[in-house]
Design a protein around this ligand. Structure first.
Ligand SMILES: [Zn+2]
Length: 121
C-alpha cells in the first residue's frame, strides 16, 4: 500500500518516519523514477479522501462507545480525540497512497525502464 504505484517496489514515503514531516515523500521513486508529485497541488484531492475515511471511521468509534460500551457522550468524545490523534498520520498517508494509486497505473516493466522518466499518470 505504501509503495510506488508504478513499480510496486519503491517506497512512497521517506524512512525513517519524522513527526515534523508526516507526509515526507521523495520527489521521485528510487526504483522506477516515477514522479511522486506530478503537478503542484496534486494531493489536494487526497485531503478530501482522508476527510471521508476519517469521518466514517470516527462515526463508527462514537457509535461503538455509546452503544456497545454504554459510555457517556463526553467520555466517547475523549476516546475519539485520542484515537484521532493516533490515527491522524495513518489517514493522511493512506489517502495520499490511494490518491496516487488512482492516478498512476501499475507498470511491470517500469523497473527495467528506470532511465526513462515518466511524467504521465
Ligand atoms: Zn516506482
Amino acid at each position: 500500500m505504501k509503495k510506488c504505484p508504478r513499480c510496486q517496489e519503491g517506497d512512497l514515503f521517506v524512512k525513517p518516519f519524522e513527526f515534523s514531516k508526516p507526509v515526507n515523500m521523495p520527489e521521485n521513486c528510487p526504483v522506477c523514477n516515477q514522479k511522486f508529485e506530478p503537478e503542484p497541488g496534486f494531493y489536494y484531492g487526497s485531503m478530501f479522501l482522508s476527510y471521508i475515511f476519517s469521518a466514517f471511521f470516527f462515526l463508527g468509534i462514537i457509535g461503538l462507545c455509546l452503544i456497545v460500551f454504554k459510555m457517556s457522550l463526553n467520555a466517547a468524545m475523549g476516546v475519539l480525540l485520542l484515537i484521532a490523534a493516533l490515527t491522524y498520520m495513518f489517514f493522511l498517508r493512506m489517502s495520499r497512497s490511494i490518491w496516487i494509486n488512482l492516478m498512476i497505473k501499475y507498470d511491470p516493466k517500469a523497473k527495467e525502464n528506470k532511465s526513462a522518466k515518466s511524467f504521465g499518470y
